[in-house]
Design a protein around this ligand. Structure first.
Ligand SMILES: [Fe+2]
Length: 307
């Protein structure tokens, strides 16, 4: 079997396509706790309180869509080596390795996964001065959950090609994958179509997490589901809908994995394990509908990749 093409360092940022960038940008900057770092006609880049130049890019799109998921790697040489190995394995590249002309600059490439998702591997991206950790605002993006039509194919690609490890399964319905000590940076959910399920933002502590929920309540926004604590990953959760209807999550306290000591488990999908505190109850039809989203062919809709 081929070696993974790269050693991912961390999840850096997510790009979401939405029809009304201004409405979403206002929500994420005035309510959710991110700050606008750059803006042009069709895009807005937002940062958290951590050192990443941006953690969320909102881009104008006819319908809700996942743009890029960006992972940090360590050096340009690793990006170049990843490109060589990806090409050798027949994985399509949307962007060859080179300087990135996006906000935040850096050096990177963009590959396409088996369901058309655009995955950026980047290094040397601009940093920003971290902000006070007292405020109940997100540090950055900590995980993305993706709806997949073939969970085994998705897990095979992200483990064998991108070198991620499976931390836990929730029956054969969800798989939680890590690239560092965080229990998961990506999770896959078996679904009827490919789409983004939700994007999770890390709060400094459980106190920040609860204060963040309080701050949203002040704005008249209540959770679609939560607050609660999940079994797999042991993280706190509270899910909300943004103005586009995409699901965003405040979370904290995600389990930290010690390699070689961690044992992957298969969790049963019962209420007492998806909601350890018993505070959230089962997910409603409404939150499930938001998490299912709309079918997103990603780069597979693009002739360049299809050909
Ligand atoms: Fe989550």
């Amino acid at each position: 079997m081929n070696q993974p093409v790269v050693r991912l360092h961390s999840l850096r940022s997510v790009q979401l396509g939405v029809p009304d960038v201004t409405a979403c940008s206002d929500f994420y900057s005035e309510v959710w706790g991110l700050s606008v770092v750059e803006k042009d006609t069709d895009d807005t880049w937002l940062r958290g309180s951590g050192p990443d130049h941006h953690v969320l890019q909102l881009s104008r799109s006819e319908r809700n869509a996942l743009g890029r998921i960006s992972f940090a790697v360590r050096t340009p040489a690793e990006v170049d080596e990843a490109a060589r190995r990806l090409v050798a394995q027949g994985v399509p590249l949307l962007r060859e390795p080179g300087p990135l002309d996006d906000a935040g600059a850096g050096y990177g490439l963009v590959l396409v996964d088996p369901e058309g998702r655009r995955i950026e591997l980047s290094c040397d991206v601009h940093s920003v001065t971290p902000r006070s950790r007292d405020l109940p605002v997100p540090i950055g993006v900590t995980h993305v959950v993706l709806n997949t039509v073939d969970i085994d194919r998705a897990v095979a690609f992200y483990t064998q090609v991108l070198g991620m490890r499976v931390s836990d399964w929730s029956e054969h319905q969800m798989a939680f994958l890590r690239c560092n000590t965080d229990h998961h940076s990506i999770a896959f959910n078996q679904a009827a179509w490919t789409s983004v399920n939700h994007v999770a933002y890390e709060m400094v502590s459980m106190d920040h997490f609860m204060r963040g929920i309080g701050s949203l309540k002040h704005h008249g926004i209540t959770p679609l589901w939560g607050p609660g604590r999940h079994g797999p990953g042991n993280n706190t959760f509270s899910y909300f809908a943004d103005p586009a209807g995409l699901v965003c999550e405040y979370t904290s306290d995600v389990a930290q994995v010690v390699e070689d000591q961690w044992l992957c488990r298969v969790w049963r999908r019962v209420p007492e394990l998806s909601d350890l505190w018993g505070t959230a109850g089962p997910p409603s039809t409404d939150v499930r509908t938001h998490m299912a989203g709309v079918e997103d062919l990603g780069a597979l809709a693009d002739e360049v990749v299809a050909s």
